[in-house]
Design a protein around this ligand. Sequence first.
Ligand code: ATP
Ligand code: GLA
Ligand code: MG
Length: 519
Amino acid sequence: MAGIVPHASKIEEIYTHDAIPTQSPRWANLVSKFQSTYNMPAQFVARSPGRVNIIGEHIDYSLYPVLPMAITSDALFAVSVPSEQNTTSDTFKVRISNVQSERFTAKEFDIPYSGIEIDSKVHEWTNYFKCGLKGAIQLLRRGNPDFRPVSMDVCMDGSVPAGGGLSSSAAFVSGAALAVMVANGVEKVSKMDLTEIAIVAEREVGVNSGGMDQSASVLSVKDNALYVSFVPELSARPVKFPKTKPELKFLIAQSFVAADKHVTGPVCYNLRVVECSLAAAYLHAVVNKSSSPLPEDKGPLGISLYGFHKGHFGQETGRDMAAQLKQLVQIVKDTLTKEEGYTRAEVAEKLGMTVEQLEKRFESTFPVRAERFKLRQRALHVFTEALRVSKFIGLLEDPPAGYMDTGNSEEYNRALGDLMNATQASCRDLYECSCPELDRLCQIARKAGSYGSRLTGAGWGGCSVHLVPGDKVEDVKAAWEKDYYSKMDLTAEQKSGAVVVSKPGSGSYLLTLGEDGKP
Ligand code: ATP
Ligand code: GLA
Ligand code: MG
């Protein structure tokens, strides 16, 4: 698949039919806001969506495959390149504004051609634009190191709830990078290049994330989920859900627990990345009995649990993925026996390094705070979750005959749901990335008829995803209202956006506007 980012001539090509009545006025508002802010029409709109992850949580940075899908909500960037460009200066100018101008104040930057500064200690919305800009410039300079980016005017409208677990940040960074590429004259933007630069660029804001969100945002195809693999290189294929009876729906429910990964990074997200990387290094040293370090790979800290997996099985890696993952689960149980976790000194000794060397190697880019690293629990989550993804994709792409040919796929639907429920249990107990509110949303939904319910995205708050038979959607919604949302103090806007039935949407798009700046 992959290819280039598609060009749409009208928004009907981008969204599913039911979304048009809300998207049309939104686009019209964006381009009119652009016109009134900069006193000229926008030339094009770059668009990238948020995502919901169906299964495969916290395993992308261990380089195991995941199964997200794009949602309708997205980040839009209306852009114009001013005809007068100051070519004598050492800087280029970016003016950026937001449709939600009170929440996200407009900014103007004079950016040196020599490099972009992003201060990850300051949590500032335009940092995400700078990430996209930085990534795009690196790409533009690949064949031409002296490339000078143009000045540009940008107005953004994001409809993915910020910080809600649906990856508004990846929509932002991928959309911004696309906008910069197009502003600089690249009309045919490679989807793979765009995804890869967005993955690396987003880390500049201070979260050592994997590659799932940007892949889903750029590469998704309408009406399909996306199976994303990270080795031997990034690749993705669209996956359709089989027709079932009862029909399956995905519900996304907000917990309204804010999960600020920037603030909690040192004890939550970034710490998990360190724990998984240390588990990989430890297992490699002890189980693979290797005196040399794990070979470098695309894990955010340069190594991954998949790297250990590959080192362990060598040529045989992936031959029978499920059997290998089961063996690895047993190896972890036998090797990483300390439930209470491992101190830096204990890990460093096994890796043949000092504590200072360990800190420098694993904790200097993204500092973390922990006395002990729970290597056993984190590695068990990763290998069992990778196994669940492999079973889930097997069910989707190769449904067992017996499940489907009776005209009632209840058993099949339950098999999918059970895997999602097992993910939630693992996220809660082994990976410790759930929270009581997410657990509660899942319990309520299951009781009201959901086959499978779990947190989605990073967790520690944010959103949950639920696989629900079509005829139970209203029951599940009513149960949440009665037992969860009615007990919270929510605004009307929060209430109306609390639950959505999500259809798999398309990935990034580009739409060139007419001379009048209208879609
Ligand atoms: P998750 O990563 O858990 O899936 P998320 O991506 O929405 O959820 P963050 O990674 O914390 O959450 O990114 C949210 C940040 O992205 C906001 O704090 C803001 O800086 C920026 N952002 C998102 N949407 C917008 C928007 N519409 N306008 C301006 N900035 C936005
Ligand atoms: C965040 C990250 C992703 C992924 C998920 C957890 O959304 O950005 O890369 O790790 O958390 O699955
Ligand atoms: Mg994010």
